[in-house]
Ligand binder design. Sequence first.
Ligand SMILES: CC(C)(COP(=O)(O)OP(=O)(O)OC[C@H]1O[C@@H](n2cnc3c(N)ncnc32)[C@H](O)[C@@H]1OP(=O)(O)O)[C@@H](O)C(=O)NCCC(=O)NCCS
Length: 192
Amino acid sequence: MPADGPSPGLDVLATPRLRGERLRAAHGELLAGELYRDERVMATLGGRVLGEAEQAAALERGLAHWTDHGFGTWVFTAAEDRFVGHGGLRRYELPEEPAPVVALLYHLAADAWGAGYATEIAAASTRVAFEHLGSDVVWSWTQPANHASRRVMEKCGLRFVREAPFAGLAHHFLRVTRSEWEVRTPGARTGS
Ligand SMILES: CC(C)(COP(=O)(O)OP(=O)(O)OC[C@H]1O[C@@H](n2cnc3c(N)ncnc32)[C@H](O)[C@@H]1OP(=O)(O)O)[C@@H](O)C(=O)NCCC(=O)NCCS
């Protein structure tokens, strides 16, 4: 991965149907209303809605990640600026891995589920990790009962590696290596 730092080229991320805009402080209220205060969304993200301080902390984490690492998450909208979700890439330290990993995350507004949008966000983010960040592996993880999220990962080429705790809850960890991704992705830029 290149040295951490700002990446103006990543400020916008397009998918076939969505436009992702780099997370900004001004997105805070939108994310809180559409995601963090919605029980349906939070059911698979820790099991409860977030209080105000937690909402602010979640936003601050996302903003600091861009500042510290030069990549992060985007806020995605469909036609006519309809909010769809928040997702992208984040760096994590996992106890089972010797070095920090790059992981996919995606949180969609409940009224946008079931239309293939999470898969678009995850696929575009995976491409950024391999083609722009120079990652060798992309990870993601989800609670075992979150079959839709697992399916999104599998559609992007990730495969099950292990079950392990994350944030105190059992999770299934999946990953895809650069070479696995290149084989299955038309137009992948290889050898970078
Ligand atoms: C999980 C989530 C991201 C899925 O988003 P989405 O846009 O509906 O996902 P997609 O439409 O791209 O793909 C979902 C896939 O899962 C499948 N699926 C949905 N519910 C399923 C279930 N209960 N069991 C098995 N597969 C299921 C869909 O059929 C689809 O697969 P297909 O294209 O092969 O038919 C969305 O529901 C969400 O944001 N939930 C709340 C936050 C969350 O859990 N985020 C992930 C944390 S790891």
